[in-house]
Design a protein around this ligand. Structure first.
Ligand SMILES: NC(=O)c1ccc[n+]([C@@H]2O[C@H](COP(=O)([O-])OP(=O)(O)OC[C@H]3O[C@@H](n4cnc5c(N)ncnc54)[C@H](OP(=O)(O)O)[C@@H]3O)[C@@H](O)[C@H]2O)c1
Length: 250
């Protein structure tokens, strides 16, 4: 048995958005550290691909769109007792403020804020979190350093960071902890979407701001493991920036 406090043996961890990018890597890394994972996403094939990459046994997949109330409730019903939750599913959308509409606000907030809050509310209401559980939200440095066009995405992430602190306050008596990871730019499909909507010059200028280069899903997964493990037992209500030094140049 691994004696390091960073291990996840005996822990069951739910990970949203595990069919792609950062969430997929978190699921793989958690399983490599001994954790049992419950993974969710919308795309069956991609979720199955993640499932096949997991180490160990006993893992579960639960398919569903987190913005749909019935599907979300169905996911919550299928969850076993949890020692950790990683709220990772999200989507980037960029609009200049002058083109904002109520529809666009709702679209960005429905997955990046509403679904996250309602999923956690359902999980806590149904007493699915064990004593000492750790909740990790994948936010973004754009909550503090928003780019042009990022008003809704950055606002939704900033709102999640406040929500995480209240969760930490409301559940500390059960030693349940809640923290946010704020990644800088990480190479995933979402990054490729950003590549499509900004010019090469702006992208190059942005990449040049990263003293340690842009990040990889493993960098975020290793941080999530720390926050899910007992090694971080005294950390709650905080925001951890993982950005290769980008904000030094902000
Ligand atoms: N990549 C970056 O540079 C970066 C930087 C800072 C923060 N982040 C944050 O990191 C998280 C993951 O980003 P990523 O880059 O790994 O993105 P990604 O590769 O596009 O993956 C997004 C994941 O979210 C899931 N998802 C999206 N909408 C959903 C919905 N309505 N219901 C259920 N699942 C849904 C997707 O599921 P399906 O594929 O099955 O639809 C997918 O598994 C996001 O919260 C993002 O804001 C990313």
């Amino acid at each position: 048995m691994n004696k390091t406090p960073f291990h996840l043996h005996g822990k069951t961890i739910f990970i949203s958005g595990a069919s792609s990018g950062i969430g997929r890597q978190i699921a793989i890394s958690v399983s490599q550290m001994g954790g049992r994972v419950v993974i969710t996403g919308r795309n069956q094939d991609r979720l199955d691909e993640t499932f096949k990459s997991l180490s160990g046994s006993g893992h579960l997949t639960v398919l569903g769109d987190l913005t749909d109330a019935n599907q979300r409730d169905n996911i919550i019903k299928q969850l076993p007792q949890l020692d950790g939750v990683v709220m990772n599913a999200g989507m980037v959308q960029a609009y200049p403020i002058k083109f904002m509409t109520l529809e666009k606000i709702k679209e960005t907030f429905s997955i990046n804020y509403d679904a996250v809050v309602l999923l956690i509310a359902g999980i806590t209401r149904n007493k699915k979190l064990n004593k000492g559980a750790s909740v990790v939200f994948i936010s973004s440095i754009s909550s503090n350093f928003p780019p042009k066009g990022g008003s809704m995405y950055s606002s939704a992430k900033a709102a999640i960071e406040s929500f995480s602190k209240v969760l930490a306050l409301e559940h500390y008596t059960q030693k349940i902890r809640s923290n946010c990871i704020l990644p800088g730019m990480v190479k995933t499909a979402l990054y490729e979407d950003v590549e499509k909507v900004i010019t090469k010059e702006s992208l190059d200028a942005h990449i040049a701001k990263y003293p340690l280069g842009i990040g990889y899903p493993e960098d975020i997964a290793n941080t999530a493991i720390f926050l899910l493990s007992d090694a971080s037992r005294w950390i709650t209500g905080t925001n951890l920036i993982i950005d290769g030094g980008c904000i030094l140049n902000a």
